[in-house]
Design a protein. Sequence first.
Lengths: 123, 111
Amino acid sequence: QITLKESGPTLVEPTQTLTLTCLFSGFSLTTSGAGVGWIRQPPGEAPEWLAVIFWNDIKRYSPSLKSRLTITKDTSRYQVVLTLTNMGPADTATYYCVHRLGDSSTGGHFDFWGQGSLVTVSS
Amino acid sequence: QSVVTQPPAVSGAPGQTVIISCTGSSSNFGARYGVHWYQQLPGTAPKIVLYGDINRPSGIPDRFSGSRSGTSASLVITGLQAEDEADYYCQTYDIRLSGWLFGGGTRLTVL
């Protein structure tokens, strides 16, 4: 069974950098087609895709946030890390780590989600 | 433009059928990428209820079905039950964005 769990700060000050860690189990990020991503959801709004990293180290970023995002993986530790720089109030959201099911680095859907981590940006 | 549109709200009485629509564009639906549907209950993470336009994951009742035509897709829920009351989101892949796109969501109310 695939599980994912997010960890990181619940409160971030404006201009700071957010670092979130996803610890996953039940699959390997070395398997062809495997991908782990991050999706966020501001309160009362729709989910917004942020980034995905694949088994072959291909990375894809939301164009609107690309300059602020970095996604990395540590396959031996079953971890994926997301950083988002220059945080502002609009970045307040629940951040989800997700497993992407598909057979290439495009398309597919998110079949398993972490419980989510609420991050609030405030001074 | 890379936008996927859903009606903000739909409603139905128990036992009835509701249809939630999702409209895309040439850069997503038109590029033949699959449409996927998620159900989000209050305070929980979204859960996949349909993938690849018409496929149900194990554990999802056959009251949930999907269809697709051109740049539109639909989620159909028959025999509506109180437990179906939730927010529903469609999702696809957009070649212009080179990324994944969610619709704005539809709140289903069971009367």
